[in-house]
Design a protein around this ligand. Structure first.
Ligand code: GTP
Ligand code: MG
Length: 357
């Protein structure tokens, strides 16, 4: 790092924190946008109930986890409470037909996808200058739970956690490294990296590990497991806010600087797995590096260049779509960001503009 007078560096970091806050606020959804989305959810729920009367349509992803930016897409999950229900494939086809007839959405049912979904979109209009994009999935209870987990993390230290995550989401979209289909990382992956950093890298930690805290009362196996996965976590946020006070007082600006530094030079991409549940793990210990079957070895390596463990589906690498080139781009961006923040100390606002160019 270049030699800089300490005081001027401290001023930069303080001003960076304020600028990050102001920058992120400009990217939050408006009250109107949230209201329109809630209306859309209710409308869709009403229509789905004409096919499956005992169903509920719930938001997950950014609309429900506290990390939503302006014009983000809607992730919806349909839960059906009755025993006899249609198979997802049939439901997707029927719902697709219904929505086509009854709404103005462009409808694209994908009944044969790995996870059957109905995709909806609305073209931009005067009232909705960016239109709406929405996916409806079925019975995805794990996604609802991981959404709740991220929401709880956001609520423990709302200012620091939300500003960091939201800034990173804007940044990775602008830098074009937020596209699993093109070999880079999903938003969900970036959010997990931030939480991992705040729970396991920062010392003292900014956040507690909600999955490892002792429960307040005995809990039964059935209450905490979904499809064989342990989804328990400490979710009494009121209590937590009373009892848990982080000893870490780093500013938002300092945390962002350290985040970029850690992922540009300290994280062991070749051997490490970032896990918010268990800290830094080894690829080897999860069978994600050395698949013993030589026919599958190359495949395992391709899929597991960058490893982020899903908090509940622990056998699932959230970064599995990241290709060699994708990882190269992501690491390059972490380094670029780190460089900008260490060599641009005059005006924080310019540093942010340059970061997100
Ligand atoms: P934006 O849409 O960019 O605003 O971000 P988002 O927070 O909605 O994230 P994203 O669209 O990437 O994911 C939405 C939700 O889908 C997440 O909160 C998860 O619940 C779920 N999800 C996305 N990707 C995965 C994945 O690879 N594994 C699992 N288990 N769930 C995922
Ligand atoms: Mg989303």
């Amino acid at each position: 790092e270049p030699a800089q007078p300490r005081a001027s560096r401290q001023r930069f970091v303080a001003s960076l924190s304020v600028c990050l806050f102001n920058f992120v606020v400009q990217h939050l959804p408006t009250g109107e946008e949230l209201a329109v989305k809630e209306d859309v959810r209710k409308l869709l729920e009403r229509l789905i109930r004409t096919i499956e009367p005992d169903s509920r349509l719930l938001s997950f992803g950014s609309t429900a986890n506290g990390f939503s930016l302006r014009n983000s897409d809607m992730d919806l999950c349909c839960l059906i409470d009755s025993e006899e229900r249609l198979a997802p494939t049939d439901l997707v086809t029927m719902l697709g037909d219904l929505l086509e007839r009854e709404t103005k959405f462009q409808v694209k049912p994908l009944p044969h996808a790995r996870i059957p979904i109905v995709k909806l979109s609305l073209d931009p209009s005067l009232a909705l200058p960016h239109g709406i994009a929405c996916d409806i999935g079925f019975e995805n209870r794990l996604a609802l739970e991981n959404t709740r987990l991220l929401f709880c993390y956001a609520m423990i230290d709302p200012t620091r956690v939300r500003i960091l995550v939201l800034f990173l989401k804007v940044w990775c979209k602008r830098r074009k490294i937020n596209s699993p289909y093109e070999g880079t990382l999903s938003s969900y992956g970036y959010v997990l990296l931030v939480i991992y950093f705040l729970v396991h890298v920062k010392n003292p930690p900014v956040l507690p590990n909600l999955q490892q805290m002792p429960p307040m009362r005995p809990i039964s196996h059935d209450d905490t497991h979904i499809g064989g996965y342990n989804t328990w976590f400490f979710d009494d946020i009121e209590l937590l806010r009373q009892r848990w006070q982080s000893a870490n007082t780093d500013s938002i600006g300092q945390l962002l600087i350290d985040f970029f530094k850690y992922f540009s030079r300290d994280f062991s991409y070749n051997t490490g797995v970032a896990s918010i549940r268990a800290g830094l793990l080894k690829k080897e210990s999860k069978g994600w590096q050395n698949d013993l079957d030589p026919a599958r070895y190359k495949d395992a390596r391709e899929r597991n260049r960058f490893c982020i463990e899903d908090p509940f589906e622990t056998g699932f690498n959230v970064a599995r779509c990241v290709t060699r080139e994708g990882l190269y781009a992501i690491r390059g961006e972490f380094m670029r960001a780190s460089r900008i923040l260490s060599t641009r100390p005059e005006r924080a606002i310019y540093a942010i503009a340059q970061l997100c160019e």
